[in-house]
Structures are given as C-alpha cells and as structure tokens.
Ligand binder design. Structure first.
Ligand SMILES: [Zn+2]
Length: 399
C-alpha cells in the first residue's frame, strides 16, 4: 500500500507487518459541539483505512483520544452553567451514538485526557531534565530553539510558523516565554479551571502533551500511522514530535502522518465562529448512513470537501442501488464475473486510500450486477462480491 506522508510530502510504501499489530492514533474531539460533518469526514476516512487493513488480515490497534482538558470545553461549561465533566460526558455519549449511526467502528482505545494526567507529568519532567523545557513559576514551556527540526512538517520558515501558530491559539506575547513560538506543557490555568497536582504546583497540561502521552502509553514509543484533520499539520503534530522523540529516544515517533482535508459548507469554511456547523446527527435524521458515507468518501481524503446538503439525495439513490445489487438473486444464464473490478477497487484503496476511484468502481459493479440480474444471468457470485466489498468499505446495506 502507498500512503501519503505529510512529513515528507511523498507517497511512501506501507507494508502490513505480520509479527505485530498496526498501530494507529487519531486526534479526537474536544467534547463540546460534536460531531460536525468535519469530524465525521475525518473519522470516516480512518474507519475505511482500519477496515481495509483488517480486511487484509492486519491486527489494528486504534487509539483515539478525547481532549476533555481544553479551554473551549471549560469556557462552554462556564457559559452554560454546567460542570465540565458533565458536559464532556454528554458529548462523548453523543459522539459514540454518532459513530454507531455512521457505522464507524469504535477505536480499540478511547482515553480521556483528564484520566491520563499521570502519564503526562513524567514526560514533562523528563523534557525539563533534558533541557528541552523550562519552568517559570507554575508553568512549563517547551523550548523550540532546542529542536532544530521543529515544525518541519509545515515546510515553512520561522516567521510563517509563528504567524500560523498565532492564528491557531498561540500567545506570542506571553512574557514568560523565551521564544514566542514556545508552547505550553503545563500551566497554572485560569481561576476556576480544574487543576491537578504536579511537581510545579496545581495546574493542567497543555493540549499537545496530552496526545504524546496517550499515544505512547497505548501504542508504544513508535507508531505506524498518526492521523487527524489538516489543521493539525501545524502546530499540534510538530509539537507532538518535538516533545515525544527526545523522551522516548526513538525516531521517528510516527512513520506515516495522514491528514484529512477540511470541510466547507456551500463554499464557506465550516467553523464554530461562523455558526454554520452541520452535525452528523442532523444528517442522520434525514439520510441513511450509507448515503452519508458514500458522499463523504466521494472526494479524496486529502482534498478539502465542500459539503452541500442537497447532494445527499443522489447518494441516497446510489445507496439504494447498492442494497439491491447486494441482494440480487441469480438466474440461470452465464455468470457475471466481477473479479477484475474487485481487483481494481482494492488497487484504488491501496493507492493512498483513493476512495473516489474505489467508489466509482463499486458503482460500476452495482450497475453491472443489476443489469445482469435483469437479463436473467447468474449473479450469485457477483452479489456476494458486492456485499463483501461494500461491507469492507463500511456500508451497512440498510435503508
Ligand atoms: Zn492530538
């Protein structure tokens, strides 16, 4: 299989290991306002990857975290006058319902950052010992100057990195920092925020260290595939690399970095600030999981996706034909051979998970099966092949 690695910006060969599981970590949600179609797309892409690998006999250990220690969650809980744990629990329940509704296989491990603080503190302590981090009062920062490769994944110079980080929540004028690009590993937090005990006093971890701790705790010091949305290409994922590799002593921390393109709505960026989020549960009220899956996988995962609600009608029609082809009964005529098409579909997935090409082939298989059945040909094998491949792609074959 070829996978496009965001770090090298090249497609690289990925062979399924036979003596150990494949390890996959995907950055999960901050549990408020979930699951919008952007989340759904990212998680569907990795669901297809997991299904494809398992279908080929791989054991996949998939860890997806819940970022329940994060400013937006605390702010929302304060605004709504509810406890942050209560809000997070409710949203995690909703997320799992949405996964079920979309037929997304649950991850093997689903850790919550708030329950993993004990795994984060030793990593921060070690970074301080190694000189990669410094303590100012109750706060600990990672020193980006100690890592000459910092931010390599973004393929940008320092000024561009800083500008992008600032757009994405960095506070460059924090007087405690040695470099405006340094990032928080541990912070005292705002009054009223939850805190945990630490060698630096009560506080809480920074967002980036949460993922390093959970990824290495559940999957080991080196992992095969690390995924997330394209907005994590900087600063989140480079921060994970910078703080993990010195502590584990293993490079690279991740062999393949995969990023799903962002989702737009009717030509506008979909975002909380614009208030134009479309939620998976709303889409599921009007459409089948199969139509939503087909639609969201109809564009290559690395491209941006412009979501248009009205487009789902067409995919509902395709989902119906898929069910009909999967249930087609054989006649007595010459059998329909879908072997070459099946091989084509698999080859498309092996090429950096080219789901649009795979789905075009699936559609041709469906059309051929329905036509052959109408002619009274034997479609027993063909229908079985359609069922097998559709299930591998995560279709439910249910209305
Ligand atoms: Zn992460």
């Amino acid at each position: 299989m070829q996978l496009y690695n965001s770090l090298t910006r090249e497609k690289e060969a990925f062979a399924i290991p036979h003596d150990r599981p494949v390890t996959l970590y995907v950055c999960g949600v901050t549990p408020y306002d979930t699951t919008h179609i952007g989340h759904a797309r990212t998680f569907l892409v990795f669901d297809v990857l997991v299904r494809y690998l398992r279908w080929q006999g791989a054991e996949v250990r998939y860890c997806q975290n819940v970022t329940d220690v994060d400013d937006p969650l605390f702010e929302r809980a304060r605004r709504d006058g509810v406890g942050w744990r209560e809000l997070a629990e409710r949203q995690v329940e909703q997320l799992l319902e949405d996964f079920q509704g979309l037929n997304i296989a649950p991850p093997t491990y689903f850790p919550r950052a708030s329950e993993e603080i004990g795994a984060m503190i030793p990593i921060i302590e070690r970074l301080v010992e190694l000189g990669h981090a410094y303590v100012v009062g109750g706060d600990v920062y990672f020193s980006v100057q100690t890592d000459p490769d910092f931010g390599a994944m973004a393929h940008m110079g320092y000024d561009e990195l800083l500008a992008l980080a600032n757009q994405r929540g960095n506070r460059p004028d924090d007087p405690k920092k040695r470099d405006p690009l340094d990032f928080v590993l541990w912070q005292t937090g705002k009054p009223g925020d939850p805190t945990w005990e630490s060698p630096w006093g009560p506080g809480r971890p920074g967002w980036h260290i949460e993922c390093s701790a959970m990824a290495t705790r559940y999957l080991g010091p080196q992992i095969d595939i690390h995924g997330g949305g394209a907005d994590l290409i900087f600063p989140h994922h480079p921060c994970e690399i910078a703080q993990t590799e010195p502590v584990t002593g293993k490079r690279p921390f991740v062999r393949y970095w995969l990023h799903a393109g962002l989702v737009w709505l009717d030509g506008e960026k979909m975002s909380k600030s614009l208030g134009n989020l479309v939620f998976a549960r709303d889409a599921l009220r009007e459409h089948s999981a199969d139509a939503i899956r087909w639609y969201l996988l109809s564009i290559h995962y690395r491209k941006e996706f412009d979501y248009r609600r009205e487009a789902l009608e067409d995919y509902e029609a395709l989902a119906l034909q898929l069910r009909q082809a999967a249930a087609a009964k054989g006649g007595g005529g010459p059998p329909l051979d879908l072997g070459p098409a099946a091989a084509e579909l698999k080859a498309a997935l092996a090429d950096d998970l080219d789901t649009p090409a795979a789905l075009t082939t699936l559609q041709a298989m469906v059309t051929a099966t329905l036509a052959a059945a109408a002619e009274g040909r034997d479609v027993t094998e063909a229908a079985a092949t359609v069922r097998d491949l559709a299930t591998m792609l995560g279709f439910t074959l249910e209305a």
